[in-house]
Design a protein around this ligand. Sequence first.
Ligand code: TXE
Length: 500
Amino acid sequence: MAHTMTGYSLPESPREFGFYMDGDWVAAGGREVFERTSPGHGVPVSRIPRCTQSDLDASVASARLAFEGRHWAGLCGADRAAVLLKTADLIRDRVDEIAHWEVLENGKPISQARSEVLGCVGMFELSAGLARALHGDSYNNSGDGAFGIVTREPIGVVGLITPWNFPFLILCERVPYILASGCSIVAKPSEVTSVTTLLLAEILTRAGLPDGVFNVVTGSGGTVGQQLAEHMDVDMLSFTGSTSVGRLIVSAAGASNFKKLGLELGGKNPQIVFADADLDDAADGVAFGIAFNSGQCCVSGSRLLVERSVADLFAQKVAEKLRSVKIGEPLDESTQAGAITTDEQNRTILSYIARGQEEGARLITGGSALNTPLGQYVEPTVFCDVTMDMAIASEEIFGPVLCVIPFDTIDEAISIANDTVYGLAASVWTKNIDKALTVSRRVRAGRFWINTTLAGGPELPIGGFKQSGWGREAGMQGVEEYTQTKSIHIEIGKRSHWVA
Ligand code: TXE
């Protein structure tokens, strides 16, 4: 192992992984292999098999067998809870290892990766309680001759397609809740960040999850991902990724078996700052909202709508904060923002920065790739004088690029906030409760923050309005999404006959 200055190591050669099916590893064997290079260091770190259609069919069959055999769905909530709690313990024991792989494949800072993994422990703990609390409904108001019961049943075999920006966190915003419902899963992580999904499979088996309930196929989205979306024996698919691939998923579901879909797609999220806000707090929040994870969050606050009377002053405050963000070596404990995860994403961000300049926006900080010997990093960037007809104001950049748009009235702020095809998240910064609540009611977004941003907990459901997606993940709603209801009507006493 080659050691960095930080105590963590870079592998001397990439580590080989198999995929995971029916409670065990399957070696890559003669399959094609994808080699992942660490975006923060430029060295190869992992080798992952490209699964074939028959690997996928076998994984779906394994999930189906486990489901129909009722090995998991048939357990009582308390038994499911025991496995989920054990999983939480095992994740806590392996936090450093999981966080290290997140850094190697994604490029995020180690301290952030560690706190994300610890957050995932809480999701498993909460889901254990939800597995026990899940219940249906009853209708005792149909008269003495009838009784109605509404039960919740797990929907069946769930496909789970996840992206590269939060490989473990996004996975754990879904897996424990899906398992709490009693479903079986076939997961397909992004090809560039597969390792921590595979590690979770191993952990779940060690925690006592029956074989076949959680399987992982690896490979590219266009092949095995598309095949999972088209699969006739998958009952529901949860997809997190780009809006364009979301459209392909909807078509695939319609063209196959009408599987139910959960979709969490792109965002172009407003941060609305009024002149009466605590401007120092707001500047810190806005800087965090755009630089955290190098802006590669579906909920990044990428549009700063700021009251005109303080717009210049406030933009400068944010720019000053962003210039002090520590960017670079993700394995350094003090790093706040790491690498851009993929080469393609790096090119996309730099091309949007060039486009903003061509469109006439005024660059007040950042605007360049960081000059480092290895890896790919982009300076947090702020554009002022942005108008809503510019591409940088309406398209998801998915990088540390903030667009500043001034407003004069609360109605104008709400109208600009809603002037987007997306509706994932929004924040408002003000000390006036009337303004905060009016804006929170009228902005169309699935997550809303008042005097904070990118906050939450495992209890609160997440998901988007408009083209940001369908359905909700996490919280009790995130368990119920993976169930379907059955209405059971019971007649009491002697039937009154239809045929005399
Ligand atoms: O996403 P993709 P990419 C946005 C962000 C980013 C853009 C592209 O704007 O710049 O998407 O990122 C799998 N059938 N978000 O290219 O391609 C793929 O293997 C089935 C927003 O990485 O959507 C991966 O597992 N699956 C976002 C997952 O879909 C397919 C997070 C996401 O990849 C597939 C990431 C197909 N035809 C990017 N093609 C968010 N909402 O958080 C790809 N995949």
